[in-house]
Every structure is written in C-alpha cells, then in structure tokens.
Design a protein. Structure first.
Length: 249
C-alpha cells in the first residue's frame, strides 16, 4: 500500500486472505477436481478471464515431481525465491513473514510444480510500508509465462490461461483451486486484490492467476561413457588476489 491511510492494515487483512485460501484447500481435499472455470466472476471486482484471440501453447504432459526453488514471471517483474510453507496456528496457509516480502510461499503439503495436480503459490501484495512480491499480480494476462526452477535442476514453464479477481463475499473455492483439467500439471498464484476497505481494514477480493505446464527444460546430463577431461596442470602464481578472482569466476 502506498496510501498513508492504508498503513498498518496489512497484517490485519492478510488473515482474511489466507483464511479464504484455507477454505479452498478444505474443499480441494474433499475431492474437488474437474471444475469449469469459463464463467466470469461476479461481485465487486471483474474477472480478466481469457481474452478472445489469445493463442495458447499445448499443455505438456505432467513430469516427475520436484520442489520449487525460484519463480520468475518476466511480465510482472517477479524474480523471487520460493520457500515451503505449511499451516499456521489458526489452520490457514502460513505466508512468508513480512520481513521476507520478496519471497513466494509454496504450499508444501500440496502438489509440486510440474506433477499432475495444482501447485499453490502465495505471496503478499504489499506490507505496511512498501509493495511486496505479488504487487503486480493483478496485471497478469493469459499467455504470460511463469518459470519455476526446481530442485532437480529443471525449469518448468507454465502458461497463464486465466486471471480472476474474486470478491471475498462471493468467493468460489472450487473455481479458485480446482484444476482446469484433471490430467494436467497446473499452478495458482494468489494474493490480495480488489480495493482496500478502510472500515474493515481488509481487501475486498483475491487475485487468482491460473497457469498450466507448457514446457520443461531438463538439466544437462553427462554421458556415463565419457570420462571428464583433465585440466592441464597450472603453474603456481604468487597472487594475493587469487582467492577473490576464483570467487568472482
């Protein structure tokens, strides 16, 4: 939030946002699967949806699971490390602390990005004094690319296919967290949205960006039949800056 009148409300509004997320997880865990997400969201905030004429790539088949380490969304200026998060004492998904407002939280008990299912990523839109990692999330559009660096060395590429700003009083957890197609690998990027209600000191909505796996870049593998080349012997050099040069290299 940049308006001084909003300062101090960030910590209060966050509880509402993550409580809504918990509701989605509860329904999701009870078997909510193939959900039609084509209908627009109604309420105090409009859905971006999928504009006509946007050509989206084919879905890539799900791959072996691997934990996320970093997430990049070039069009939104997001380049952020990812940390696994669980549930807090009230049973809501625990977001990264405000001291780490540039970090994205991944619901570690859910799907891993790239495997079949929906991987959930949450982040703050702002803090009491400055924008946070998902400040621009509401600007996402279908066709945008989300890249997730995974701990097996691969990079999973997801394509945004739906953006909704869902009002808090008409929030549909099935549409927010249910997969577009049950056999795909998908993800959600979630933060607060709508307008800031000064009376209740909460945001009126949640921004939910949906994407599906559209590509995978695997880490290069060394051939077992090829022996590594030996480096030529180096002559000792009396250089006091040697350690600094090696670190920089």
């Amino acid at each position: 939030m940049t308006d001084r009148d909003r300062q101090g409300g960030g910590r209060l509004l966050t509880g509402v946002a993550w409580a809504v997320l918990l509701l989605g997880l509860w329904l999701w865990g009870r078997g909510v699967t193939d959900v039609n997400l084509s209908s627009p969201t109604t309420g105090d905030a409009a859905a971006v949806g999928r504009p006509l004429g946007v050509s989206l790539p084919s879905a890539h088949a799900p791959v072996q699971p691997a934990k996320p380490q970093r997430i990049d969304v070039p069009t939104l200026q997001v380049q952020a490390p990812v940390v696994a998060r669980g549930l807090d004492g009230s049973g809501a998904v625990d977001p990264p602390p405000y001291g780490q407002a540039g970090v994205v939280g991944w619901y570690g008990a859910g799907a891993q990005p790239g495997e079949r299912g929906t991987a959930l990523f949450v982040g703050h839109v702002d803090t009491e004094s400055r924008p946070a990692v998902f400040f621009h999330l509401s600007e996402a559009r279908p066709g945008d690319t989300v890249r997730v660096v995974r701990d097996d060395g691969s990079v999973a590429t997801f394509t945004v296919d739906d953006v909704k700003v869902m009002s808090r009083d008409r929030f549909d957890a099935r549409k927010a967290y249910g997969p577009h197609h049950p056999d795909r690998a998908e993800l959600r990027l979630i933060t607060c949205g709508g307008t800031f209600d000064k009376a209740s000191r909460t945001y009126t909505a949640n921004v939910v960006v949906s994407a599906y796996l559209s590509g995978i870049e695997k880490s290069p593998e060394k051939s077992p039949d090829t022996a590594p080349e030996k480096s030529p012997a180096k002559r000792p050099v009396n250089n006091p800056d040697k350690s600094a040069q090696e670190a920089a290299g």
